[in-house]
Write a protein that binds this ligand. Sequence first.
Ligand code: PLP
Length: 368
Amino acid sequence: MAKAQETVLELDLNALSHNFNYLKSKLDSNTKFLGVVKAFAYGSDSVTIAKHLEKLGVDYLAVAYVKEGEILRAHGIRTPILVLHPQPKNFKSLIEHCLEPSLYNTKVLNAFIEVAERQSQKDYPVHIKFNTGLNRLGFWENDVDYIINKLIKGKSIKVKSIFSHLAASEDHDEKDFTLNQISSFEAIAQDFSNKIGYKPWLHLCNTSGVLNYPEAHYDMVRCGIGLYGFGNNPNEDKNLIPVASLKSVISQIHKIEKGESVGYNRSYKASSFEKIATIPIGHADGISRLYGNGKGYLIVNGQKAPIVGNVCMDMLMINVTNIECTEGDEVIVFDQSYSAATLAESAGTISYEILTSISNRVKRILTK
Ligand SMILES: *Cc1c(COP(=O)(O)O)cnc(C)c1O
């Protein structure tokens, strides 16, 4: 791979294949795989990632919002797409694009049935979401009878799956809580299947659920972060390869004397003679101001260079006093060796957030 000459987000589809196959290897052969490609495939490129996942034989895709699904359809993605968090305003378009809604409360259930009936749909596939402890989206256990009553009155929709979401699947200290979620999900699913008279698919696990709760894989799993190369702990990270690498270059180097300041509000002052490099990436590109003032560091010729002063909108400055480097040299923000998870940690956040923050001003390129 040629060295970066501007800020770029490199995407390695071989890494995606590796991660997909690794996660698949944890599943029974009849457990289906849903690839989560919401938020531009975790900040990478949803169309490119979805196309590659299709090639790898993914069974389902998921996005958060209808608009995200429309984009995938517009680019020829044919795989079934679950929309995790649709709003009734977009149900007409959802049906037009053959997207499948998660129905998570009576308001959206009734609104969807109304639109489906108006469009003379028959057995339109829907997914019923239950809340088992995350307390974010989902019907309650005691809503089953209400839902069943609605369903048997009409023929416009058919329940393809019942699902829920784990609150702490990566957190071993919360194992009891998770096991409780698993058993209440199973009780709901049993009750629902008995009353509806057929067996919708069941799914519960995200990436960490797949890795930590093999007994709860059921008919399908929903993996996001693992596909992009992160396992939510260092042991699992070893088995996965980050798909995205964020690279930039040194635009300029300033040599400053003791007491001189760097950047807005003069928040950094040199304690001796120092070499400061300016990098063309800023908070508008997704590097939050929280990484500034010595928290985060970038990699220059294999060495750590701390971010000094405040991160600006379009650039940031790093201290390269002890690093041999020159204007035009490549700078690594994160890659397959310098993990985005580690950088994220320096600002008190997680891989998910830094990845999904990379703005669309940053060019995406495929390394293969
Ligand atoms: C985002 C999301 C996932 C994927 O979770 P990862 O931890 O990234 O694997 C799965 N299910 C739901 C409901 C989600 O919102």
